[in-house]
Design a protein around this ligand. Structure first.
Ligand code: F6P
Length: 342
């Protein structure tokens, strides 16, 4: 093993730089050269690279985002893109490629592995919805940001005797909503896994107000759906992996709550704030473990595998297994969260 490439694809995520740094450091002590592929699969298609030596990764541990840049480019969108990606992998004389990403990036990674490239996957997403790993880095940071936002919204909700609806990210899984909702003491948490019954939500809020609480916090995940209707989408346009852009449910929910309860309601959409800025210590450690493990897998020739966290240990699983289904919220956890509703 002489040379490996690293790329980051999909949405950026706190913890990507700790993974890159750790992989480069582990490669360095193993005598391997590292090349960074810029902007996800786009960089492999366009042969857009940068050397990754010790200097290049110095000081990046606390930095949010990714020093390599990212994109949602799908190499399988066009036939000549795949050809170019494979050609450039060979032109770069890579012995292995570490692909850091979520279900889309890893889906493409798995196809490229089947097409002959030596790929190792590293799971990344603030949504924590990747199967076969207990946690992905970025999730803890997003939950901490959302929790702090809920804490802040509590004081203004209480002062104004209002309901605050907080819309969080998470795509089709409610992990951020449930964890931030529990940590922030939300009065209702609504997730994509369970369609929203607005009468039930308003009933809980009225009950709370009747017992003398003049304010409430409602956390809603962007992918949640109303029992009565369709999922709210911001745009009809699909990205290259076929995903609609979610968002907007908070506003609609806020209007319904105000109408049905008569309580003054305001809405806060946290959006990309949850993805920006410095990773938490947990995500820095997890990213570091994943980066080191990815190079170890490459050294062992374990291609087509993804690093994974089980308990406190890193292990590996076939990428194929991790991308077959989404990891949605554990209903035992949601049932516990419900104890605190209303
Ligand atoms: O997958 C991470 C995520 O932040 C989701 O929670 C969200 O739905 C999506 O990405 C937003 O994507 P974009 O950055 O393309 O707007």
């Amino acid at each position: 093993m002489k040379k490996i490439g690293i790329l980051t694809g999909g949405g950026d995520c706190p913890g990507l730089n700790p993974v890159i740094r750790a992989a480069v450091r582990k490669a360095y002590v193993s005598g391997i050269e590292v090349v960074g592929i810029k902007n996800g699969w786009k960089g492999l298609i366009e042969n857009d690279t940068q050397p990754l030596d010790l200097d290049a990764v110095s000081g990046i541990l606390p930095k949010g985002g990714t020093i390599l840049g990212t994109s949602r480019t799908n190499p399988y969108k066009k036939e000549d893109w795949v050809k170019k990606a494979i050609e450039n992998y060979k032109r770069l004389k890579l012995d292995a490629l570490i692909a850091i990403g979520g279900e889309d990036t890893l889906g493409a990674a798995n196809k490229l592995f089947k097409d002959g490239l030596n790929i190792v996957g590293v799971p990344k997403t603030i949504d924590n919805d990747l199967d076969q790993t207990d946690y992905t880095f970025g999730f803890d940071t997003a939950v901490n940001i959302a929790t702090e936002a809920i804490d802040r919204l509590h004081t203004t909700a209480e002062s104004h005797h209002r309901i605050m609806v907080v819309e969080v990210m998470g795509r089709h899984a409610g992990w951020i909503a449930v964890h931030a909702g529990i940590a922030g003491g939300a009065d209702v948490v609504l997730i994509p896994e369970i369609p929203i019954d607005t009468d039930e939500v308003c009933g809980l809020l009225k009950k709370r107000h009747q017992r003398g609480k003049g304010f409430s916090i409602v956390v809603v995940a962007e992918g949640a759906k109303f029992k009565e209707g369709d999922m709210v989408v911001q745009e009809e346009k699909l990205d290259e992996f076929g995903h609609v852009r979610l968002g907007g449910i908070g506003q609609i929910l806020g209007e319904v709550i105000e109408k049905k309860t008569g309580f003054e309601t305001r809405v806060a959409v946290l959006g990309h704030i949850q993805r920006g800025g410095t990773p938490t210590a947990f995500d820095r450690v997890l990213g570091t473990k994943f980066g080191v493990k990815a190079v170890e897998l490459a050294l062992q020739g374990k291609f087509g595998y993804m690093v994974s966290l089980r308990g406190i240990d890193t292990t590996e699983v076939p990428i194929e297994k991790a991308i077959t289904k989404l990891k949605t919220v554990d209903m035992k956890l949601y049932e516990m969260a419900k104890i605190f509703f209303g």
